[in-house]
Write a protein that binds this ligand. Structure first.
Ligand code: PLP
Length: 354
């Protein structure tokens, strides 16, 4: 039986994407060769890479606006350092909204001093700080749009005179935003776009080339742009599968269409959390993530019953992160609303048993 997959990452992908990807592994497009055993310089693969890069910009509404899309390796975690190498000259400002922000700060600090413009650490990151200043003489401002672990999400981004850099690993392509307000966006593929193994970077070209340091080739965005995102062998399977997911998304009507679905799923989930006295939401209401709903079960004695019921209903991947505890329902683009209905039914059934 296919499970209801609420995994936080790597996470659920559309069934049709999995099917097409697995076919390509055996025989790409009737070529008699597997996608993963052909040259990345072949016309077939160069075409895949170019379509994927173009579709990213199309879906984000960034075509013709001076942006380039890259499919890199090393995860979002490598971007923590790479973005700083490319953009940090004197000082940068960081918004600290959780574990991933903290890691981004730690890596940038290897190069230079950074300044935390605000932090919600004092409340175990259950909210998004709102009032803070971003000094206009800094090199860039960095934020994390969706805090996967804590279940908070930035709803409104600050006005920013300097390049705004955003880690969108867990909510890219999930909601409509003016993406042109960002100078650089990055996201590990494995939450909302594809399998692990590639990281999407979308960068406005004119923010590059301003630092004085020597940037090692493999860490240099300009070099990656110059080589068409093929400076070295790209992760061909991850890029192709990401392309399939992006095509699936476009077929549904793009970000505008999926956003409506994501809002419906989140409404259903949070209304159960709020109405059911057995459960309590972790994140402050106004900052709740549409992607990751974090909540706790108030009565510890019901834990085993609840978890057995979840298992019997085929619900998978709802255990909370160790730093928050409780439960986390990740509702990425590919998760059907019916899966949320199943989870919510289990929660309400538990209430009748309590
Ligand atoms: C998962 C995640 C990361 C880490 O991504 P890797 O690809 O594993 O390095 C970074 N930031 C956020 C917001 C995440 O959710």
């Amino acid at each position: 039986m296919k499970k209801h997959n609420f995994s936080a990452g790597p996470s659920i992908l559309p069934q049709e994407v999995l099917l097409k990807a697995s076919e390509a592994v055996l025989d790409y497009n009737g070529s008699g060769l597997s996608l993963i055993e052909i040259s990345h310089r072949s016309k077939d693969f160069v075409d895949i890479m170019e379509r994927a890069r173009a579709l990213v910009l199309e879906l984000l509404g960034l075509e013709g606006k001076g942006y380039k899309a890259l499919f890199l390796q090393g995860g979002a975690s490598t971007q923590f350092l790479m973005l700083a190498m490319n953009l940090l000259e004197k000082r940068a400002g960081y918004l600290n909204t959780g574990a991933w922000s903290e890691k981004a700060i730690k890596e940038a600090k290897v190069l230079d001093d950074i300044y935390e413009v605000a932090s919600s650490k004092n409340a175990n990151f259950n909210y998004i700080p709102k009032q803070y200043d971003i000094p206009s003489d800094y090199d860039y401002f960095h934020c994390t749009s969706n805090n996967t672990i804590f279940g908070t999400q930035i709803k409104s981004f600050p006005k920013c005179d300097i390049p705004m850099v955003c880690d969108m690993s867990s909510d890219i392509f999930s909601r409509q935003l003016d993406f042109s307000q960002f100078g650089l966006i990055y996201a590990g593929a494995q939450k909302n776009m594809g399998p692990a193994g590639t990281t999407l970077v979308v960068v406005k070209e004119d923010i590059l080339g301003k630092v004085s340091r020597n940037i090692p080739t493999i860490m240099d965005y300009k070099k990656h742009i110059g080589s068409g995102s093929m400076l070295n062998t790209p992760p061909v399977f991850a890029v192709y599968t990401s392309l399939l997911t992006l095509e699936w998304l476009k077929g549904l009507g793009g970000i505008a269409a999926i956003e409506k679905e994501n809002e419906k799923k989140a409404r259903l989930m949070y209304s159960e959390i709020d109405l059911n006295p057995l459960f309590k939401g972790f994140a402050t209401k106004e900052d709740r993530s549409l992607m990751n709903a974090t909540f706790t079960l108030e009565n510890e004695n019901l834990k085993d019953t609840f978890e057995t019921m979840l298992k019997e209903a085929g619900v998978s991947g709802v255990n909370g992160h160790r730093s928050v505890g409780g439960y986390r329902a990740s509702m990425y683009n590919a998760l059907p609303i019916d899966s949320v209905k199943v989870l919510v039914e289990v929660m309400s059934e538990l209430e009748t048993k309590a």
